[in-house]
Design a binder for this molecule. Structure first.
Ligand SMILES: [Zn+2]
Ligand SMILES: [Zn+2]
Length: 247
């Protein structure tokens, strides 16, 4: 079950030429359950995944080896199908567990509204001629007539695509410089400890309101000053304002 291979290609009946992923067959037949896997990294965007039952075999050995590999029926899966099934798995949270998540998100959103009100009062973020942000400096600069007025220290929370209707966490977006996404992994850790799969699943089907919710959760967990939405072709990036001051 090692995945040292480079992204091997295969042809999916639905999605055409795609990359190869490996998951246990139980996740394919019933994706709405907990997915066990490593997190994506630059070398492997779609890490091998297995279900709760298969995870018992993994736990028994503490690794995949000759004693447990044969017990787990592994299937090839197209990477787009992988993302779709994994996104569908979020529906596993139901009842009181879902309500707890929903209440948490509502509270974070209200907190962000209050923070945004304060930021606008103090820095009038909407009143400046332009804004620019830069990954190298990790700064978001509001300026007028070429003169910086307000400077914020930022992290990249994630991005919303209106083309694919998906949310993508920055920690799984390897186009970003590491310095822009490394702190946001704490939000994923928070999701891990509370079993909130929206925070631990790298990419999922979303509306823009969901993107705002994730930005609000990030602002809460990282105790940020606020959030800035940076629109772009086919969606928007959500920036976390860690610190902010007048230039
Ligand atoms: Zn399984
Ligand atoms: Zn497919």
């Amino acid at each position: 079950m090692s995945m040292d291979e480079e992204f091997d290609e295969l042809t999916c009946a639905q999605h055409g030429k795609v990359y190869t992923t490996y998951v246990c067959e139980h996740l394919i037949s019933d994706p709405v359950q907990k997915w066990h896997s490593d997190y994506p990294d630059a070398e492997n965007h779609w890490p091998d995944a297995w279900c709760e039952a298969c995870n018992a075999h993994y736990q028994a050995e503490g690794e995949w080896n000759e004693h447990n590999e044969d017990l787990v029926p592994i299937n090839l899966l197209c990477h787009v199908c992988y993302e779709e099934l994994r996104s569908a798995s979020l529906a596993r949270l139901t009842g009181a567990d879902y309500d707890a998540w929903d209440n948490f998100v509502d509270a974070c959103f209200k907190e962000l509204q209050d923070k945004s009100g304060l930021l606008n009062q103090e820095f009038s973020l909407g009143s400046h001629q332009r804004y620019d942000w830069d990954q190298e400096t990790g700064e978001l600069v509001f300026s007028n007539d070429g003169v910086p007025a307000v400077i914020a220290k930022i992290d990249f929370i994630g991005s919303y695509s209106s083309k694919t209707n998906t949310w993508l966490w920055s920690w799984a977006n390897f186009h970003l410089l590491e310095g822009m996404r490394v702190r946001v992994a704490a939000v994923r850790d928070y999701g891990e400890s509370h079993d909130y799969p929206w925070l631990t699943t790298s990419k999922w089907e979303a509306e823009e309101g969901d993107a705002w919710d994730m930005a609000a959760v990030a602002a809460h967990v990282l105790q940020a000053k606020g959030v800035y939405r940076s629109p772009r072709e086919g969606g928007a990036g959500f920036l976390l304002i860690r610190e902010i001051s007048r230039a």
